[in-house]
Structure formats: C-alpha cells, structure tokens
Design a protein around this ligand. Sequence first.
Ligand SMILES: Nc1ncnc2c1ncn2[C@@H]1O[C@H](COP(=O)(O)OP(=O)(O)OP(=O)(O)O)[C@@H](O)[C@H]1O
Ligand SMILES: [Zn+2]
Length: 459
Amino acid sequence: MTVPDSKRQRTSSHSSNEDMATPTSTMDKSDVDMTDDAEELKNENGDDEQAAAAAEELEKGIISVLDSSKIVKALKECKILVIGAGGLGCEILKNLALTGFKQLHVIDMDTIDLSNLNRQFLFRKKDIGKSKAIVAANFVMSRVPGVEVVPYFGKIQDKDDDYYRQFQLVICGLDSVEARRWINAKLVDMVDEDDVQSWKPLIDGGTEGFKGQARVILPTMSSCYECSLDMFNKPTTFPICTIANTPRLPEHCIEWASVLEWPKVWGDKKYDTDNPEHITWLYQQAYERAKTFSITGVTYSLTQGVVKNIIPAIASTNAVIAASCCNEAFKLATGAAPYLNNYMMYTGNDGVYTYTFEHQKKPDCTVCGSESSVAELNSEMTVEELIEWLTEKPDIQLKKPSLRTASKTIYMQAPKALEEATRPNLSKSISEFIEDGEFVTVTDVALPVSLQLRVIIRP
Ligand SMILES: Nc1ncnc2c1ncn2[C@@H]1O[C@H](COP(=O)(O)OP(=O)(O)OP(=O)(O)O)[C@@H](O)[C@H]1O
Ligand SMILES: [Zn+2]
C-alpha cells in the first residue's frame, strides 16, 4: 500500500506527533512514490528499456497512464476490514469486490431484520434472522469470482490487536458513535513508531437521512474521530415558541401535539411510542393543527418517526457515502490519486451539496493528542460531580468512567466488589485524592484505552 510521505518521514526520523500534522501535499507524496515505482518497474518487468523510459518520465514528474497490472497487484495485496454490514456496509462490500479488491473481512454483530431488506441488498427474505456478516460475505463471494470475504458475527470489541494487525485498511459503515470511538482509539493505540505495518488508515462513513459524511483518518497523523467528538451534539429540538405559536413544518405540529397537547389532555399519563392508538391520537391532533396553519406533510409514519426520534435511512445517501469511502480505499491502496484530506460532508436534502474541509488535529485530543488534556476543577467538586462532568463534557463524553491516580484508586465502576469498596468516595471532594497538577487515569467502556487527564485544582 502507498504510505503517505509524512508517514515515511515519521517512521524513519522518530519525529513527534506535532511534526506530523497532516499529510503533505500530493506533489511531495508522488515524488517519493514515483522513485519507488520506477524501481519496481525495473525489477518486475525485466524490460530494461521500457523501465528506464518509465523511470525517466517518473523522475521528471510525468505521471503516465495508470499501469493496470500494478493496480491489480495493489488491490490483490491490500487486505481490508469492513466494519458493519448494514446499509453502508452492503454498499461498501459490493463496491470493494467489484473494484477488484480480493481480500476482505467483515464484522457485524447483528442479524437480518425484515426492515433491512429495502436497502441492504445483499439480503433476501429467507435470510431474516441470520448473521448479516455471514450472509453478506457469502453473497458477495457468490457474485464476484475470486474475492474472499471472511465474516465475523460479533462485536468489534471482541477482537484484539493481533486480529486488527492483519489489515492494511479499515472502513467503517457503522451506526453508532460508541463503536466508531472504539475502533478509532484502537487503531491510534496500535501505532508503533518503528513499525510502518502497525499503522492503518481508517475510512469512516456515516449517514443520517439525506445527510452523510466520509472521512479519512490517518491514525496519529491526521485529526481522529475523537478530535471531532464535540461536533456530535444531542439531536436537534425545536424552540418551544415555534412549536406553540409559529409552526412552519409538519414536525413542529407533531411536536406541538406530543409536547403540549398530550399532557394537557392526558395529564401525567405518558404516551407509548409503540402503542398505535397513542400515535393515531397524536397524528390526528398534529394533522388538525397543520391544517389551521396550511402546513402539509403530517402523516402517521412521520408522527411515529418524530416521536420515536427516527431518522429514515435513505438508500441513495448510503450509496453516495459508500462510493466516496471506496474511492478513498482505492486511492490509498494504489496511490493512483491524492486521497481525501480529510472530511467530506454531503447533503441531499435540497439537490446535492458537498463540502470538503480539513478537520484539524486537536493537540490535546484525549486519544491522539501529543499534549495532555487539562481539566481545571474546583477543589470542592466531589468525585461524583467529576464523573458527571466527564460524561457531559462535549469533547470527552464518557459513559461510566473509573478514576485513579498513580497512588490512589478513586472510583471503579467494576468489578462489583471494587465498586462497593470505592462507592463511599463518590461524595468526597476530589482534593482528597488528587494533588494540583496530578494526572488522573480515566478508563471507560467507550474506549479501549485509558485517558490521562491533568487536573489543575482551583482553590
Ligand atoms: N460494535 C459493533 N460491532 C459490530 N457491528 C456493529 C457494532 N455497532 C454497530 N454495528 C453494526 O453496524 C451496522 C450499521 O448498519 P445500519 O446503520 O444500516 O444499521 P441497521 O440497524 O441495519 O439499520 P437501521 O438502524 O437503519 O434500522 C449494523 O448492522 C450494526 O449491527
Ligand atoms: Zn484525536
């Protein structure tokens, strides 16, 4: 696989993370690759004259027509892990196999559901209840001769470094932030400065309704998933005044029915989003209100979608994002063109709009940063409050953090005995455990690695 120029420098000079910033320009990259390519041409073809001519061209900076045999070789040698065999995963597996990649693995922990069949086209009705990964792998192999797809029916968290080490590239088609954070941290953690093979680019695709994004993460070199965690906020809610007074969208009317009308009529009784009678009631209220404001588009299924907070999966969004991910995989595997640097947004809400930008690496990113993450905390803060703070802070967002310093165990979520033993510490103030400037090690189910947090205690 083509190793970006900056990676080569990094591994050979042992330079620190700060030096690496982002991949260098395409021209620099091609310079390095071209020299190597010329060498390879000479060795492989044994046709000295042709090789010499090609080498000369390459040295002059002329990029000749792609050599198909080299492309084929690169695709054959690149082993890719696809994570997720859902809407995006089906597209990604199909694209990779048809592009000519030969060694694919796929992980998915889920089984096939009837509702998947409209867009997860590797599955048929007879497959309902079976493992997505296994069915997808068999389908792709039966349709595309010469490709091997090895499935794993389970979670990415089940696998260890040895498993991940075999791949040159990882592509994610996931639906959860948690799984993305896990694989991102795993791949960053696996990077060994002295071993270029330990370094695996991560291509991450994500879709939500008509919106999607594709990004290329070069572990320790470019911005990682965790660097941009604060971009993912809680789902949008509508301002109450809009809902109450100036609705413009069918969603506003549905929110009005569920947030304001339901409690007014039914008091403390909560509606059940799985009860068709309740949804029908909300739908009728919303429909009447929409009529008053000349708003169209309130339907039963939209009502259900809004109250359940469901964003419909759009097959064409998956197709666009998967295409972009596989395009990047092709470029990274073959060096045929510069790869995405590093974030592409797409929206199909209103025609087609895409935008590419370079998401900056965060120097104090808790996963890939070279600087330690600093937390300035009040000395009176309790351990429990610190834990809550860690779960709420937008750029940390942990689930169930456990805390310790070099000398003290502050609070452990598991095992049970340790949790019980440390529970009384929850109500104590953090200054009983943490000295000003001391490092706190934070572990959490969300991440396969621990975080180091330097704590500054404010008096
Ligand atoms: N930690 C994980 N390990 C392995 N697979 C995972 C993990 N987290 C999520 N997945 C898989 O990622 C896939 C995401 O696909 P997709 O977004 O199409 O979801 P879906 O559940 O099939 O569809 P929808 O949510 O729209 O009904 C799912 O099949 C899911 O099982
Ligand atoms: Zn990062």
